[in-house]
Design a protein. Structure first.
Length: 322
């Protein structure tokens, strides 16, 4: 709108001067140059490729003959108009570039702020998963061992009714605490199974620790272990969760762990017999988490009743999937 008014004023001044309506042509030439300069400045501020630039150029060219019919030397006048038109246009273009740079800088700052917010949110999520993994791998396993000890105590011959009932209550309380722990893990991980690395412990150490807590467990290993780090973590997790489930749901029953290392994959099988002791109902988070972890390594997972008990079988490739 401002540019249109300026162009109309420029054309009017040029015609007025050209038809002799002004007493002094020089005054109107100066006014015409000012109007064209203002229009050129605002056009320069517009985005590149604007067709208004050509409109202004056409108006300047068209008004020049009328402006100089009664005025100065043509050479001096054309130079005057050229400077009055070109310089304001470049000034407007410079201002446009300044504004574009300021806008781009502001957008870049906002983009960096959004990126930092995403990084901070991801860091908080990873910290929650780390805490959840620590709780699941340490507290969950220890609670399962407490339930195991209580279950063994409950089955001890010659135990009085009150002591047997107390042992049963302790076992039930440990199972309840385990379920509450699983619910807390669900809150910390947005209902996703933690996938971070468990404690740095070999499968042999894990089985020995469970045996020292009273679990009747035996380990058989064949072949040479050459898995990747991810496969080794998955192997440890499968055995740990299987022993935890056996201690929780089948206390007092024998458990066998068989690890077969092949050239390309490791097959782990954990089997426990059925228990006569009623256990707390599981939320199933552990087995679902195991299946997902093994799947991420490119392996297979199966868990279910077999051979008069419960069997967990996982095939874990040694190479990490891309």
């Amino acid at each position: 709108m401002k540019i249109t008014i300026a162009l109309l004023l420029a054309a009017g001044l040029a015609l007025w001067n050209g038809v002799g309506l002004a007493a002094s042509g020089a005054v109107w030439q100066v006014l015409l140059a000012i109007v064209l300069g203002v229009a050129a400045f605002f056009l320069g501020r517009r985005s590149a490729g604007s067709r208004d630039t050509w409109v202004l150029l056409a108006a300047a060219v068209a008004s020049t003959p009328f402006a100089f019919l009664n005025a100065w030397d043509w050479g001096a006048g054309l130079a005057f108009y050229g400077v009055g038109f070109v310089l304001p246009w470049f000034a407007g273009r410079f201002r446009r570039q300044q504004l574009d740079l300021i806008a781009a800088g502001g957008e870049r700052v906002r983009a960096l702020e959004r990126e930092q917010a995403l990084i901070a949110a991801e860091a908080r999520r990873r910290e929650r998963e780390r805490i959840a993994a620590d709780m699941h791998d340490s507290l969950g396993h220890e609670l399962a061992l407490i339930a195991l000890r209580a279950g063994l105590l409950e089955l001890t011959p010659g135990l009085g009714p009150e002591q047997r009932a107390a042992a049963g209550e302790l076992r039930a309380a440990a199972g309840s605490a385990t379920e509450q722990l699983r619910q807390t893990i669900g809150l910390l991980t947005d209902d996703a199974e933690p996938t971070l690395t468990p404690a740095d412990e070999s499968v042999g150490d894990l089985v020995a620790r469970a045996a020292s807590a009273g679990l009747d467990v035996g380990l058989t290993t064949t072949g040479s272990a050459t898995p990747s780090r991810a496969a080794d973590r998955a192997l440890h997790r499968v055995v740990q969760e299987s022993l935890t489930n056996a201690a929780k749901h089948a206390p007092g029953t024998p458990v066998t762990v068989r690890v077969e290392h092949g050239p390309d994959a490791t097959v782990v099988t954990v089997h426990n017999a059925l228990s006569t002791v009623v256990s707390a109902v599981s939320g199933g988070r552990g087995l679902h988490g195991l299946a997902e972890r093994v799947r991420l390594t490119g392996g297979t997972f199966h868990a279910g009743p077999a051979d008069g008990g419960f069997t967990v079988t996982a095939t874990i490739p040694h190479r990490e999937t891309p």
